[in-house]
Design a protein around this ligand. Structure first.
Ligand SMILES: [Zn+2]
Length: 420
């Protein structure tokens, strides 16, 4: 039904191939490591593309050096509201002395664009900005509304990026469906994320001289016993919702490919990481104070509340210990049979011959903020290559396929409406 529009869009993408690669290279050459998070140079590169396309947007900058781009336009008739989301801050350059390419050179070589953030996720944000411009030019043929959110402040889970937009501009940015372009693997569309639950456990005892172990219990020894006991959390039985269990079973190979071997086995259970440990002052003093920080990842089918209760029960066995909740979220997922998933799968097959599976994800993206508000949210992107490692890159041929898959899926969603 929208074949003419699809053909026009594919032609446009093919015509702009070289321009797209230059765009990504230029974006990589505009450093935006976070921290410290000054993203103005990268934002200016994105703005130049939007200006050239004549597409509407404005800057929302609760922090002046970390601007966000918010753009929106309506189609010619009523229909669903699709929102695009990507970030253009990056991790700081990892191990700069071990790169064989300039981290901020935006070098195009060996069929790749090299540099910090080239994979996570300047490629994804560049493609969403480009597709927003292309679809703006075709707005007469579209139903509904398309909104672009290109944000700073993602890498540190800061409050001034997507969270700011969702909390302060909800009417404009929530929409009916979110497409996020974080890298992962183009053979997967990610529809849910485990949720981090962060706890601090502080142990206090009188403490004393290190030779007088009869005088005081040791805070560090108690903390060690608590860490061992907390491992019980990893054995909590989980009753996964049907679609999640099915996706993990069917997508095990893809899950391991995206998240490294062993990920599928980990996906459906609770994991515990002791991310912090701080106790003791001197080797010959018996510590009276020790703090442990636990990063617990909660799978679907459990709640943060039940996990906190289980952790409290364990910590209660140690009268010298006190538990504080640092941060909590709920594990969420969107319907893997949503029309957007269907569009992505069909286009991936047509454009690149890829079989795409819907899978849940271990780590968090800004897509979770939309799910928290009840908006179906999906992540589709290129292979994550050397993210937060030396010689990060994006493969150009794969990226151009993904750009086309994302753009045509957005077009299909806005041409056909939700029910197709
Ligand atoms: Zn990212």
């Amino acid at each position: 039904m929208n074949e003419a529009a699809r053909t026009m869009l594919r032609r446009r993408i093919a015509e702009q191939r070289d321009e797209l690669v230059r765009f990504l290279s230029e974006l990589v050459r505009a450093p935006s490591p976070n921290p410290p998070g000054d993203t103005r140079a990268a934002c200016a590169v994105l703005q130049r593309w939007l200006d050239a396309a004549g597409a509407p947007y404005r800057i929302v900058a609760p922090r002046p050096d970390a601007p966000n781009i918010l753009g929106s336009f309506a189609g010619a008739r009523p229909g669903p509201h699709l929102v695009l989301n990507g970030h253009f801050d990056t991790f700081p350059t990892a191990a700069a002395d071990r790169w064989s390419h300039d981290p901020y050179g935006g070098e195009v070589a060996q069929g790749r664009v090299w540099g910090t953030g080239s994979s996570d996720m300047k490629q994804g944000t560049a493609s969403l900005v480009a597709l927003y411009g292309w679809l703006y030019a075709m707005r007469d043929q579209l139903a509904g509304r398309l909104t672009l959110t290109a944000v700073s402040d993602e890498e540190t889970f800061g409050p001034h990026g997507a969270r700011w937009l969702v909390e302060h501009h909800a009417e404009e940015v929530l929409g009916d469906c979110l497409l996020n372009a974080e890298p992962g693997a183009p053979t997967t569309v990610r529809f849910g994320e485990k949720s981090p639950l962060w706890l601090a456990i502080r142990v206090s005892t009188p403490g004393c001289h290190g030779a007088y172990t009869h005088k005081s219990a040791s805070a560090t020894k108690i903390a060690a016993a608590i860490i061992e006991a907390l491992a019980e959390l990893e054995r909590i039985a989980v009753s996964l919702p049907g679609p999640i269990a099915e996706a993990i079973e069917n997508g095990a190979a893809e899950i391991d490919a995206v998240h490294a071997a062993g990920a599928a086995a980990t996906m459906g259970r609770v994991t515990l990481n002791i991310g912090g440990w701080n106790g003791g002052t001197l080797v010959n003093m018996l510590p009276g104070d020790c703090t442990v920080e636990a990063d617990i990842r909660v799978p679907w089918g459990l709640s943060s509340e039940s996990m906190i209760a289980a952790a409290r029960d364990i910590v209660a066995r140690f009268p010298e210990a006190e538990l504080t909740v640092l941060s909590r979220q709920e594990p969420r997922w969107s319907d893997p049979t949503h029309p957007m998933v269907g569009h992505l799968r069909r286009n991936a097959e047509q454009i690149a011959g890829l079989l795409v599976r819907p899978i849940p994800s271990l780590a968090g993206t800004d897509a979770r903020l939309w799910r928290e508000c009840g908006v179906p949210a999906f992540t589709y992107g290129t292979t994550a290559t050397n993210v937060a490692m030396p010689d990060e890159y994006t493969d150009i041929a794969e990226w151009l396929d993904v750009v086309a898959i994302q753009a045509l899926s957005a077009l299909d969603y806005l041409c056909d409406g939700e029910g197709s």
